[in-house]
Write a protein that binds this ligand. Structure first.
Ligand SMILES: C[S@@+](CC[C@H](N)C(=O)[O-])C[C@H]1O[C@@H](n2cnc3c(N)ncnc32)[C@H](O)[C@@H]1O
Length: 314
């Protein structure tokens, strides 16, 4: 049972992730919330929240719905995701209009035509990559964000996967009547993104905003449970054991600053009880093992209960 906090009336936000994202933390939320720092549970206030691997943002949206967060700083290395968040923040009405138009057109088509339309949008989306200006916000960001949401709602399993060229390569998903434009949620996501800064970059760049008393939630790409469960390719760069070690060093540095830190990761002991990779890296911190329901094969058809790690420095 989650603890409930008292935000009332006009303040109350009810936002959910606007993208389905591999590694999304909705399933693990209860366990994460139970382990928030005591000061946060007692006061219901977070002065400064930092999420260096925001992905779909399940934790961020939950916290914004239930706590008073004065400032948030969100990071992800995936520029497409950052386009999505930024447009939600700056231009959600125009985005809603674009999505309504796409939804109308898509739903008016026969099954075969819908599939053809999906691949046309995917081609346009991939074509844009080579001359898209990710560094400077402009009108074309709204169109690109609308394609991202559409593709995410209609592609196979709601995955985001790119090849080395940065092209989105997930096939069509054949859902009966997918809801492409969730207008009410877009409004809530826009409200949740107030007092929030969104950055495209490596997790280490979040260090500029982390200080004594900040609350930081790290949800890095999973270390694959086995060779076929490689879900670490949200971004074409990948995240290997060297990056996991870079992250531990960063975690230790932020610990020294006096921030409250929470980190989740896959538990390699699911595959090999002798594998102490994270136990060694995070020795001296609080390491919890909790059960979560998770996709355990790459088709997404097989779910199982496996242990996940939640590590805190408090
Ligand atoms: C496990 S997912 C986060 C899922 C998120 N907690 C949710 O609820 O959807 C990990 C995220 O880290 C991002 N990522 C990968 N390498 C990164 C890096 N070096 N720095 C920052 N973000 C990175 C990926 O793009 C991905 O969105």
């Amino acid at each position: 049972m989650m603890t409930q906090f008292k935000l009332m009336g006009a303040e109350k936000i009810n936002a959910k992730p606007f993208l389905k994202w591999a590694g999304g933390k909705t399933q693990l939320l209860d366990e994460l919330i139970n382990r928030l720092p005591e000061v946060v549970k007692d006061t219901g206030i977070i002065e400064s929240y930092i999420e260096p691997f925001v992905g779909g943002g399940a934790m961020f949206f939950y916290l914004k719905n239930n706590f008073r967060i004065r400032n948030s700083f969100l990071f992800d290395v995936n520029p497409e995701l950052v386009v999505g968040y930024t447009v939600m923040q700056k231009d959600h009405k125009k985005l809603t209009y674009f999505l309504q138009e796409i939804e109308k057109e898509y739903l008016s088509k026969s099954d075969e035509e819908r599939e053809k339309y999906y691949y046309e949008v995917r081609d346009k989306y991939n074509h844009q990559v080579s001359n898209f200006d990710y560094s400077c916000y402009n009108n074309s960001w709204v169109e690109r964000a609308s394609y991202l949401v559409f593709l995410n709602k209609t592609c196979f399993n709601g995955l985001f996967r790119q090849n080395k060229k940065g092209h989105f390569n997930v096939p069509y998903g054949s859902y009966k009547n997918p809801r492409v434009c969730c207008t009410e949620n877009i409004v809530e996501v826009n409200r949740a993104l107030r007092n929030t800064e969104i950055f495209c970059g490596d997790f280490s760049e979040s260090g500029k905003y982390i200080e004594k008393g900040s609350f930081v939630y790290f949800d890095p790409p999973y270390r694959p449970l086995n060779a076929t469960a490689s879900f670490t390719d949200y971004a074409k760069e990948g995240f290997d054991d060297k990056d996991q070690k870079r992250l531990v060093k960063f975690f230790k540095d932020m610990d020294k600053r006096g921030a409250y830190l929470m980190l989740s990761n896959s538990d390699p002991k699911n595959e090999n009880p002798e594998d102490n990779f994270f136990d060694q890296l995070y020795k001296g911190y609080t390491i919890n093992r909790v059960l979560a329901s998770r996709m355990i094969n790459c088709q997404g058809s097989k779910r199982g209960h496996i242990s996940e790690l939640i590590i805190t420095n408090y």
